[in-house]
Design a protein around this ligand. Structure first.
Ligand SMILES: Nc1ncnc2c1ncn2[C@@H]1O[C@H](COP(=O)(O)OP(=O)(O)OP(=O)(O)O)[C@@H](O)[C@H]1O
Ligand SMILES: [Mg+2]
Length: 265
């Protein structure tokens, strides 16, 4: 689905490498979480994948398209991105207009369009707010509208760049539930950049960056029990893991159900 081959990137010619020889691939339908300390290169990698910036060297393949100036528009149809800051990602005057925007080039009847908008608005629990101006919504509501507007475009890949980091616990949990619902359909490849370990354990796969390099890729279970990686990447252990490691007679786990089973035994 996505292939990154020997990608290197420096913001300034001859300057520090923000990405240093990255080689990764992401399979269709997977939910991948990208972790790493501040400045490790996560956002740079997401900008490379969406073609916002061009690698200094190396190749990026989206589906079977090699990213280049010529293929950029075509490749971008496959990929949507949602940013950390809930503001500045709206184009419509109302929630409805914003979701509609992505559908406008698709030449469908107004009835069909309305049906899709209503479906998406319900999916993200914003049906009651279709007439409202996006600026006046809460952070969590804004992110849910942004997700609906991206879903309207129906890209096969969606990148979430720390979309929950500016939200309160309720907003965060609503958005994570929504991401999980999309994950469960297995129709889209989801790439989520996050500092939130409780989100990371939900992913199928983790990619860990440190100083512009990939230092680990694999299942959350495999990676998060590796102390060396955790320390090198300066990432935190998930709450369930910290809790289970402190309990007497319980083996450390990332799985809430497994922890419950152990406790109830
Ligand atoms: N526009 C820019 N111009 C110059 N250097 C930049 C720019 N954006 C990022 N960098 C540098 O590139 C490196 C990688 O930054 P990047 O934004 O990809 O990190 P990140 O992993 O997303 O960090 P964070 O967790 O803080 O969002 C850092 O050293 C950063 O200072
Ligand atoms: Mg970033």
């Amino acid at each position: 689905m996505i292939k990154v081959k020997n990608v290197t990137f420096a913001y300034n010619e001859g300057g520090k490498l923000a990405l240093n020889d990255i080689n990764v691939s992401f399979e269709k339908g997977k939910y991948i979480a990208i972790l790493g300390h501040n400045g490790s290169g996560k956002s740079t990698l997401s900008k490379i994948l969406t073609g916002i910036i061009k690698p200094t060297s190396g190749e990026v393949w989206i589906k079977d398209i090699l990213l280049s100036k010529k293929t950029l528009n075509e490749a971008r149809k496959n990929i949507g991105i949602i940013f950390q800051n809930p503001d500045n990602q709206f184009v419509g005057a109302t929630v409805e207009d914003d979701i509609a925007f992505g559908l406008e080039n698709k030449r469908m009847s107004p009835e069909k369009m309305r049906e899709i908008i209503y479906d998406l608005a319900k999916k993200v629990d914003m049906f009651e707010h279709l007439e409202r101006e996006p600026q006046n919504l809460s952070g969590g509501q804004k992110q849910r509208v942004a997700i609906a507007s991206i879903l309207a475009l129906d890209p096969s890949i969606i990148i979430f760049d720390e979309v929950t980091s500016m939200l309160d616990p309720k907003g965060k949990s609503d958005v994570l539930t929504l991401i999980r619902d999309i994950q469960q359909t297995r129709e889209k490849t989801l790439i989520s950049i996050t500092h939130d370990m409780d989100e990371a354990i939900l992913a199928d796969e983790l990619l860990v960056l440190s100083n512009g390099k990939v230092i680990a890729q694999g299942s959350p279970q495999e990676i998060l029990k590796n102390k060396e990686i955790i320390e090198k990447a300066k990432i935190d252990s998930p709450f369930i893991y910290k809790l289970s490691s402190k309990l007497k007679g319980i083996s450390p786990t990332y799985d809430a159900n497994e922890l419950l089973e152990q406790i109830c035994k």
